[in-house]
Write a protein that binds this ligand. Structure first.
Ligand code: 5RP
Length: 227
């Protein structure tokens, strides 16, 4: 099975977690796009979605699914999103699509985070995929220097020859060469640096379940709640 077929499979499998008459938290990325396409088949059974990016909002609206602002809801039953990496504890690297801050906000509203991923995303230790960090532009040079002091190599993500601008009007720093041995501590540490909007380590906001698409089918990995 191709990676695209695995993403389609797991996007469809996530429908089992969507309860009728609820508002669903929706992530961002190519795997989530498959989920949105599947969700369109039950658009008349759900109240709508809270979206984590302009891209997902456009796809949801095109599918005929109502999109609510996050401030219009008190909480969500579930949040469904992909990951760049996920480990055996449900800790993740996210932000390859530059939507990490809104993803973390919507995830924080949800009682259950369901990660949908193909088997290439399951890792022993986080950090092979460059860790994205959303930053306020005037702080990017100093934040890159702080990562260099930790042994990482940080660069401002580019798009069409200029720094990529996120949905929030900020920049993304991608950090290579770090093994994130303690994701909870790493997330807490980096998040308190001045100018960091959020780091793309999802440890405090980890997944409760991962639906992992493999060539043998979709496996469900369960993770304990907060340690
Ligand atoms: C976007 C994300 C995505 O969930 C992550 O990049 C995975 O994307 P894909 O499903 O395209 O592999 O964090 O900010």
């Amino acid at each position: 099975m191709t990676q695209d077929e695995l993403k389609t499979l797991v996007g469809l499998a996530a429908l089992a977690y969507v309860r009728p008459h609820t508002i669903v938290g929706v992530g961002t990325g190519s795997t989530v796009n498959k989920f949105i396409d599947a969700l369109a088949t039950m658009k008349d059974d759900i109240t709508g979605a809270v979206s984590s990016s302009e891209a997902s909002t456009q796809r949801l609206l095109a599918a005929g699914i109502a999109v609510f602002d996050s401030n219009q809801v008190d909480s969500l039953d579930i949040y469904i999103d992909g990951a760049d990496e996920i480990d055996a504890h449900g800790y993740m690297v996210k932000g390859g699509g530059a939507a990490l801050t809104r993803e973390k906000i919507v995830a924080s509203l949800a009682k259950q985070f369901v990660c949908i991923a193909d088997e290439s995303k399951l890792v022993k230790a986080l950090g092979v995929f460059p860790v994205p960090v959303e930053v306020i532009p005037m702080a990017s040079k100093r934040i890159c220097a702080q990562f260099a002091a930790m042994g990482g190599e940080a660069v401002v993500r580019q798009q069409d020859g200029a720094p990529l601008v996120t949905d929030n009007g900020q920049h993304i720093v991608d950090v290579r060469g770090l093994v994130v041995a303690d994701p909870l501590a790493f997330e807490s540490q980096v998040n308190q640096w001045p100018g960091v909007v959020t780091v793309g380590i999802f440890a405090h906001q980890r997944a409760h379940i991962c639906l992992l698409a493999t060539s043998e089918g979709v496996k469900t990995l369960g993770f304990k709640l907060q340690p």
